[in-house]
Design a protein around this ligand. Structure first.
Ligand SMILES: Cc1cc2nc3c(=O)[nH]c(=O)nc-3n(C[C@H](O)[C@H](O)[C@H](O)COP(=O)(O)O)c2cc1C
Length: 169
C-alpha cells in the first residue's frame, strides 16, 4: 500500500507542500497521540542530515505531545485533504477525537504514527526543539502578528527524516 521512497523523490515544491497543501503533523505513540494541521514548516538540510521543521504554538493540545515525543510524522492526503484539514486545523484534541471524526486508521511506522489514508508520509526523529525567542525576532511585522498578541510564540521542532512513504494504488 505504501512504497518507501528516497527523500529526493518527494514530488512538488517544499514551500508549496507546507504553505499551500497544509499537511498534518502527528506527535506521540500508538496509545496516545495527537495531530494538527500546519502551514509552517520546512524541508531541508542541517548538520548534514535531511531535516523537516515544524512549529507548534503552546496553546495547542499537540504542544505537550510535541515536547515529549521521540518521533513525529508529517502527512498529506489526496481526496480526504479538505475534511482532514477542517477537523485537524480547526478542532482540538482536547475536545474531539480527530482521527475518529475523519475515519483515519493509525499505525506505527518507524517509531512515528501514520494514517493508512495518507498519500505521503514523512517520518522524523526529533533531534532539536526550542522556543522561538521574542527577543531574536527582527521583523516588526512578525512581532505584530495578531497571532502573537497573547505573547505566546511557537516552539520549533527539527526532525531528521528517517522514512518517506508514498501511497501507491
Ligand atoms: C491552514 C492551517 C495552518 C495551521 N498551521 C499551524 C502551524 O503551523 N502551527 C500551529 O501551531 N498551528 C497551526 N494551525 C492551527 C492548528 O492546526 C489548530 O489550532 C488545531 O486545532 C490545534 O489542534 P490541537 O489543539 O489538537 O493541537 C493551523 C491551522 C490551519 C487551519
Amino acid at each position: 500500500m505504501f512504497k518507501k521512497i528516497n527523500s529526493y523523490e518527494i514530488e512538488g515544491n517544499a514551500i508549496k507542500l507546507f504553505k499551500n497543501d497544509c499537511p498534518i503533523v502527528v506527535f506521540g505513540n500508538l496509545d496516545k497521540h495527537n495531530g494538527l494541521t500546519v502551514a509552517w514548516g520546512t524541508l531541508g538540510c542541517l548538520w548534514s542530515k535531511e531535516i523537516a521543521t515544524v512549529y507548534v504554538k503552546p496553546t495547542r493540545y499537540s504542544f505537550d505531545f510535541a515536547n515529549t515525543c521521540d518521533c513525529f510524522t508529517i502527512m498529506w492526503f489526496d481526496e480526504l485533504k479538505d475534511k482532514v484539514n477542517k477537523v485537524f486545523g480547526f478542532q482540538s484534541g482536547r475536545d474531539v477525537n480527530k482521527e475518529q471524526l475523519c475515519n483515519l486508521i493509525p499505525f506505527e511506522l518507524d517509531g512515528g504514527i501514520a494514517y493508512k489514508e495518507a498519500s505521503l508520509i514523512i517520518v522524523c526523529k526529533k533531534i532539536y526543539q526550542n522556543p522561538i525567542n521574542k527577543e531574536n525576532i527582527l521583523s516588526e511585522e512578525v512581532l505584530n502578528k495578531p497571532l502573537y498578541q497573547d505573547g505566546l510564540f511557537h516552539h520549533e521542532y527539527f526532525g531528521e527524516i528517517i522514512g518517506v512513504y508514498k501511497k501507491y494504488q
